[in-house]
Design a protein around this ligand. Structure first.
Ligand code: FAD
Ligand code: ZN
Length: 468
């Protein structure tokens, strides 16, 4: 094994290799501190050629590789196992913007580029890179691509997958595939880049990408609407889609219990209305036109919704700081729930039209099994993606509640399946849902995925134990 380490050291230099356990520990633990691994070493290559040399050495010695970006994934996908035989391949040093083609609306970046830095590089060129999520200060584009990350602007711009034109990948053999094409039309056979997007590092190491840029929005308007039930959220969504088209950038849903948690744990936050309602929708419109037009449009649609009785109340942000304060109410829910104590998370998607029935039926099922269970229902309603989390009934201890994890997952995920949904909408499978997915995908689909894996990675060295 030391021969391999020396070969890798020769390839990446001393700055690119960490072998001491105390220094590698941070790379061996996931963000939620649920998985603790023990890596053979942590390698931090500085170029695609170095990645290729490392992967080739690993292929020859059958050494497992765990690709790692910002390590903010929520499913243990970037964490090595405890065997001490897996190499963590961290992309952080590959963080250059290689090129921006303003007129082609494209940016070419290396995989280790932190998402916030990528957004800033686009902004400096007068363009928008629209992918946006709460982890953007730490997560890297390579990780975003490998998990096909979603976030808060999917309604308007799509998932990460929709933002990609080309990829550069180091294959499990150590060969480099240069697919860095900046083309919006290219019908020359299989669209291979799609295989690596959302593959969670199981098919190769993404080293660079050509991404789509968009014109900069020059105005935005944000509001919170009060809701009596999820049905009216759907009616409101439809109204905004009809009236605003692609100006509708986001439509997020959260329940009153989510608001209670945020207000309780973050003293700087304030309720949007003098009275409380069962649910709320946070709506954002944006436009490339500057001026008050976007806000006027928001007002007009909300007024119509009030007039038709779809919503009982609405509050429109009167300043940028108020818009940010509204968004905080939505963004702080996960953290507030963490402060509250143990909870069980679900990241599910359902056809948007069926979300109200899903919420009603699943809650009824959970309440029957666990009277008093507290639903922390929120998410990206416009995308049909709910973070359908549950907290224990008052007075039930965390470890007791944790003992019901499997049974609660079964109720929620079986309900998701009945409604034609997915048990992982945006976070991926990683280690967390690798077994669970076997219940919900057909044997034909699982075998198809396995055969692709075997073809690209015949020795099974790329991120073993994840996804499949
Ligand atoms: P990592 O965690 O390092 O890796 C994730 C997976 O990708 C692993 O399987 C890893 O092996 C693989 N991988 C990483 N880099 C490469 C590469 N270069 N080549 C091949 N494989 C690679 N996710 C959302 O979708 N939407 C959200 O709104 C969202 N909000 C979040 C908020 C918070 C506070 C946190 C902590 C996480 C959130 N996430 C969200 C989850 C997470 O941020 C995303 O999954 C993100 O895309 C992971 O990027 P990363 O660089 O941290 O990847
Ligand atoms: Zn989310």
């Amino acid at each position: 094994m030391s021969a391999l380490i020396e070969r890798i050291r020769a390839a990446v230099g001393p700055a690119g290799l960490i072998t001491r356990a105390d220094e590698s520990a941070a790379y061996a633990t996931d963000w939620r501190k649920r998985y603790f691994g023990k890596p053979l070493a942590v390698v931090r290559p500085a170029s695609t050629a170095e990645v290729a040399q490392v992967v080739r050495a690993c292929a020859e010695t059958r050494t497992p590789i765990v690709p790692q970006g910002g390590n903010t994934g929520l499913c243990g996908g970037a964490t090595p196992d405890a065997s001490g035989t897996q190499l963590v391949l961290n992309l952080s040093r590959m963080n250059r913007v290689r090129a921006i083609d303003v007129r082609n609306h494209t940016i070419t970046v290396e995989a280790g580029c932190v998402l916030a830095n990528l957004q800033r590089a686009a902004l400096d060129a007068g363009r928008l890179f629209p992918l946006s999520l709460a982890a953007e200060g730490s997560c890297q584009i390579g990780g975003n691509l490998s998990t096909n990350a979603g976030g808060t602007a999917v309604l308007r711009y799509g998932n990460t997958r929709e933002l990609v034109l080309g990829l550069e990948v180091v294959l499990p053999s150590g060969e480099i595939w240069d697919g860095l094409r900046g083309l919006r039309k290219d019908n020359t056979g299989y669209d291979l880049k799609q295989l690596f997007i959302g593959a969670e590092g199981t098919l190769g190491v993404i080293t660079a990408a050509v991404l789509k840029l968009y014109p900069l929005p020059r105005s935005r308007a944000v509001a919170i609407a009060a809701l009596r039930d999820p049905e009216s959220a759907l009616a409101l969504l439809e109204k905004f889609q009809d009236a605003c088209g692609e100006r509708l950038t986001g439509l997020e849903l959260f329940s009153d219990f989510c608001l209670t948690l945020v207000l309780g744990h973050f003293k700087e936050t304030a309720a949007p209305f003098p009275s409380r309602f069962p649910y709320y929708a946070l709506i954002e419109l944006s436009d490339t036109r500057a001026g008050e037009g976007t806000k006027s449009l928001l007002e007009a649609v909300l007024e119509a919704a009030l007039g038709e009785g779809i919503i009982p109340d609405a509050a429109i942000a009167q300043s940028e700081s108020q818009a940010q304060a509204f968004w905080k109410l939505r963004e702080l829910i996960s953290e507030a729930q963490a402060h509250e104590g143990a909870n069980i998370k679900h990241d599910v998607s359902i056809p948007v039209s069926r979300i109200p029935d899903f919420i009603r039926e699943t809650h009824a099922g959970l309440a029957r099994a666990h009277p008093g269970i507290r639903m922390v229902t929120f998410g990206h309603l416009g995308d049909g993606n709910l973070h359908y989390n549950v907290s224990p009934p008052d007075g039930v201890a965390a470890d007791v509640f944790g003992g019901h994890l499997g049974a609660i997952n079964r109720i929620v995920h079986d309900s998701v399946a009945r409604f034609g949904g997915s048990i992982s909408a945006e976070h991926g499978l990683g280690q967390l849902k690798r077994e669970e997915i076997l219940r919900y995908k057909s044997p034909v689909e699982i075998e198809l995925m396995r055969s692709i894996k075997r073809t690209l990675d015949p020795h099974g060295i790329m991120n073993p134990g994840k996804l499949l």
